[in-house]
Design a protein around this ligand. Structure first.
Ligand code: KG4
Ligand code: ZN
Length: 355
């Protein structure tokens, strides 16, 4: 029997150092998925410090790769490709991860795959649940909020994006205002348990308007103003405010996604799934609301398990594997791209076709 296709994936685009080994034999299988979250390194600063992140990646990356290969029980000789996140993200971290991957690829004479971190989030649901193209994707992370049609590997059409902050940023910034620490999403979700979201009226930017764009900066300003006027005095105040923030962000995401669902049903009658990905998709309230929205529209709702929604190495390995089996590998001179829009390829193709 042929050996399963196997890829080593490396993630260093923000504050998680991660290495994983994923196979398709032919079903996807995560053979190792190790992560070092740099929470302690950044905690004193209340957010991610790029220079500290880059140094921490350097400290941890070699050990993580070695342990991932050992846990997977596989030598480099049986790895078919080395994938690393090459963007978008913090340039120092991206350089550490891609240089490690390129060094291994060169030494072991294996193909290198430069993975778009957003594409990795977009494809994770094919690793976890085997979802077929096309599907509608709500991609919500610390740096991005987008609605996309995923039509195939490398084929994405953006229906909407944020005009200011990303959804994860809205969680992180309001959590900081509430003194709940970083990352803000899980902190708000936990603080909101049992809170009364109706006690504080917060805005739902763009709600009820046509289109699929998002806006979150008004929400942060409203929370800032509210706290300045009436500082929270006890755990109940914090819990109620956290619940109000979580509900406002979910309401906004659901309203914009509903417009995208209507568009997707009209233009892709063959599509059967609404998918959520990215760190914010780990949020239980959001997952429930999206499931109800999908059900009402006759779509299945699928999201990876929470640990595969937040940044991880398995998603990079999987995206690398999907690209490798289509022959989409990269040279060792492939650049890192701090900015790397996901639908760039498709737009270029559309432009070429229109000429
Ligand atoms: O995808 P991710 O791990 O990193 C980026 O690519 O940005 O997303 C991180 C973001 C952070 O803003 C974090 O606060 C948010 O995802 N997040 C959550 C939850 N877990 C992580 N937001 C809401 N609820 C959660 N449970
Ligand atoms: Zn991410």
């Amino acid at each position: 029997m042929a050996e399963p296709l196997t890829v080593l994936g490396i993630e260093t685009s923000c504050d998680e150092t991660a290495a994983a080994v994923v196979s398709a034999d032919p079903h996807p299988r995560i053979r190792a998925n190790l992560i070092h979250a740099q929470l302690a390194e950044h905690a004193p600063y209340g957010g991610v410090v790029p220079e500290i992140a880059a140094r921490a990646h350097l400290d941890h990356i070699d050990g993580l790769i070695e342990r991932a290969l050992a846990e997977a029980g596989i030598g480099l000789d049986r790895i078919d490709g080395i994938a690393a996140a090459a963007g978008p993200g913090l340039i120092g971290g991206l350089i550490v991860g891609t240089m490690a991957a390129k060094g291994i690829a060169w030494g072991a004479r294996k193909p290198f795959i430069a993975v778009n971190h957003l594409e990795a989030h977009a494809l994770t649901v094919r690793l976890s649940d085997g979802v077929d193209f096309p599907y509608l994707l709500l991609l919500v992370s610390g740096g991005h909020s987008q609605l996309l049609v995923c039509a195939g590997v490398g084929h994405y059409r953006q229906l909407g994006t944020t005009r200011d902050d990303a959804a994860g940023e809205a969680f992180d910034k309001t959590a900081k205002l509430l003194g709940l620490g970083y990352p803000g999403g899980p902190a708000i979700e936990q603080a909101a348990q049992g809170g009364n979201p109706a006690r504080f009226a917060l805005p739902r930017p763009l709600k009820g308007r046509s289109g699929c764009d998002f806006s979150f900066s008004g929400l942060k300003t409203a929370v800032q103003q509210m706290i300045a006027d009436r500082p929270p005095r006890n755990p109940t105040d914090i819990s109620d405010l956290a619940a109000a923030v979580e509900l406002a962000i979910c309401d906004t995401l659901i309203d914009r996604t509903a417009n995208a669902v209507a568009w997707f049903r009209r233009h892709h009658p063959d599509g059967t799934s609404l998918v959520a990905a990215g760190g914010v998709a780990a949020n239980a309230r959001l997952r429930h609301r999206l499931a109800a929205l999908a059900e009402a529209a006759g779509l299945a709702f699928v999201a990876p398990p929470p640990a595969l929604c937040t940044d991880n190495g398995a998603m990079i390995a999987w995206a690398g594997l999907e690209r490798l089996r289509l022959g989409l590998t990269d040279g060792l001179d492939a650049p890192v791209r701090p900015r790397w829009p996901l639908d760039g390829n498709v737009m270029a193709q559309t432009e070429t076709a229109a000429r």
